[in-house]
Design a protein around this ligand. Structure first.
Ligand code: GLY
Length: 610
């Protein structure tokens, strides 16, 4: 009797293991422990029991996680922080198995394409910053490109007016995707584990499904109408549930996406840029007047770029250069900040917010005029970061009075589109660090799923300046520098950043947030270097944004107290509260070498480390 009771407890224990392991262990345990046997079978029973026990203890050991996970995690060796717990787990498990930071990056990127379709992607693009323990930092540009048939006025009607929404939703909104080539290019140079192994967790998550979070359930239900409006066949949209509403914890299964990942596992780059996937993608585009051709796909190539680098208060900053505006804008902000003692002025004091606003106003004005894809436009990088120029800009700032931004143009104050995009930060056990920001632009990109291939296409064409003086979805202005041209990359604000101090890795940081990306990264760097916050506080702290035009300080609701707001208004600033800004996923290396991973409390963001 006792034997049977112990047996039952053991069986209960096995039932908590992976289902596959149960298939083997469960019948053996049942046979050995519960069924009454006699004679010689008793000896066989003991041998079988021994085998089963050994098997279970093996399973238990394999199933045991070495890592910690949560919103804030400390680790001595390795850390992953991403927008979704499932993707974070995929990454940390690659690192546990001995993979390096680039291996983990590839695994996380593909996993995010499955578990975080709002911004994780195969149909988008992004930027990677990678620091090796030697201190060498490289950056990879896998930003989308304008298709070869694109032209400057493609979003204007015969009167030269912008056709509402054309660059934002539907097949016309998409650029040629760069993510898959970016991941494979980085892996070919720096990866250590086979590509097939690294894509397997994403494949499994797509094929077998994963439980969606409460935020995801709400989001998919909210977007249901939009998805149906923009897709040919509403019955095959993975995020549209045909029989009712999504609920937290329900499994999201994406079989077509699994098949696409399998094709990439099998054929590498050609599994996406040629053959069935490319054909499905081009067919989807053509069905809605899109202009991406098979030749655009075959020609896409990620590019290694020179990182933007500079000093701030004894730290060295590395960030992304054009076609991102992020690196240059961040460095301009930090170089101007060095003229002040931001720490002494106090976190979120009226003086600090005033100065930040005045600096941001000037930097975003430069961005609109001077920044674009450097392959097509002569970006005056040296001039923009020149000390004399920075000093002259600082001298224009009145310490107690707001400057008036020029006349505000047609603006979008309400940010109806969510500023999706997603960032992940990784440090491996040998000190390699990866900072990647990737996007399909606004939430769920163009809203168009490639039928039969299961992934969403980007609406990155909206990041071009469709017409000088007309703001994009983030209210950003642009001119000739960022005008549409065939094969040009649209200007980005993505700012994946690595900070080094005393020759050692100090911080890995980045965020989504459209135009607010640059100012969010800027604030997190200040929070750590000037306001001496730990990573968790630096990430959680309220954020404030200004982008020259429209001429408003946008604080997150409750980020500024009423007295500070009053003081700022007295200086001549206009203030408009808004919803949350950015979702920073970052890692800080402490003086003792300990890693602190922080996932932004604004989302499902999650850290894991050991
Ligand atoms: N699509 C947002 C950015 O690249 O800045």
């Amino acid at each position: 009797m006792l034997f049977a009771e112990v047996g039952q407890s053991l069986i209960d224990f096995i039932s908590k293991l992976d289902p596959l392991k149960n298939i083997i262990a469960y019948p053996i345990m049942k046979f050995t422990l519960i069924h009454p046997v006699s004679g010689k079978l008793r000896y066989i029973r003991f041998i079988a029991l021994f085998v089963a026990m050994a098997y279970i203890s093996g399973c238990a050991r394999i199933g045991k996680k070495e890592y910690q996970e949560g919103k804030t995690v400390y680790g001595n060796k390795a850390m992953v922080v991403s927008a979704h717990p499932e993707a974070t787990r995929v990454g940390i498990e690659v690192l546990e198995k001995g993979g390096n930071a680039v291996d983990a990056m590839v695994a996380v990127h593909f996993a995010l394409a499955v578990v975080y379709p709002a911004a994780g992607n195969l149909g988008g693009g992004g930027f990677m910053m990678y620091r090796q323990p030697s201190g060498e930092v490289v950056s990879l540009d896998f930003r989308e490109k304008a298709p070869m048939a694109a032209y400057e006025e493609m979003y204007q009607d015969e009167n030269g007016d912008i056709i509402d929404g054309l660059s934002l939703a539907g097949p016309m909104a998409s650029g040629v995707p760069g993510s898959v080539d970016g991941m494979l290019t980085a892996h070919a140079k720096y990866g250590s584990l086979p590509l097939k192994t690294l894509l397997q967790p994403a494949y499994k998550l797509a094929r077998g499904g994963f439980p969606i979070t409460a935020k995801q359930a709400n989001n998919y239900n909210r977007y249901r109408k939009t998805f149906i409006e923009h897709n040919r066949d509403s019955t095959v949209i993975p995020l549209v549930k045909l029989d009712g509403e999504w609920e937290e914890g329900e499994l999201l299964v994406q079989k077509d996406l699994a098949a696409t990942i399998k094709r990439i596992q099998k054929s590498g780059r050609d599994g996406f840029y040629k053959g069935k996937t490319a054909e499905l993608l081009v067919a989807e585009m053509k069905a809605g007047n899109g202009i991406i051709e098979l030749e655009d796909m075959a020609k896409y190539q990620a590019k290694w770029r020179e990182p933007v680098t500079g000093k701030y208060r004894g730290a060295t900053i590395y960030s992304m250069g054009p076609p991102s505006s992020g690196g240059i804008a961040l460095m301009q902000l930090l170089k101007m900040s060095e003229h002040f003692s931001m720490g002494d002025l106090g976190f979120h004091s009226p003086e600090t917010i005033h100065l930040m606003t005045e600096m941001e106003r000037r930097v975003y004005a430069d961005r609109a005029k001077h920044l674009g894809d450097a392959d097509f436009w002569d970006v005056p990088k040296e001039e923009l970061l020149d000390d004399r120029y920075i000093t002259s800009r600082v001298k224009q700032i009145n310490p107690t009075k707001a400057t008036d931004s020029e006349e505000v143009l047609a603006m979008k104050l309400d940010y109806q589109e969510s500023e999706e995009t997603t960032h992940y930060s990784i440090v491996d056990a040998n000190g390699h660090a990866v900072s990647v920001t990737t996007t399909i632009n606004s939430g769920y990109g163009s809203k168009v799923f490639v039928s039969g291939a299961g992934f969403l296409m980007n609406n990155e064409m909206d990041d071009f300046s469709s017409k000088p003086g007309v703001p994009n979805v983030y209210g950003l202005l642009g001119g000739k520098a960022n005008a549409i041209q065939p094969e040009k990359r649209m200007l980005s604000a993505m700012t994946p950043t690595i900070v080094e101090k005393d020759g050692k890795l100090k911080m890995v940081v980045g965020t989504p947030g459209g135009s607010t990306i640059i100012t969010s990264v800027y604030q997190v760097v200040l929070n750590v270097l000037d306001h001496e916050m730990n990573m968790t506080d630096a990430v959680s702290a309220g954020r404030v944004h200004h982008q020259w035009k429209p001429n408003f300080i946008f604080p997150e609701r409750d980020a500024l107290d009423p007295t500070t707001k009053k003081a700022l208004e007295k200086m001549g600033h206009q203030i408009k509260d808004r919803g949350s800004i950015g979702r920073v996923d970052a890692i800080l290396v402490g003086a003792d070498g300990q890693l602190e991973g922080a996932g932004d409390p604004r989302g499902d963001d999650w850290a894991a480390g050991f």
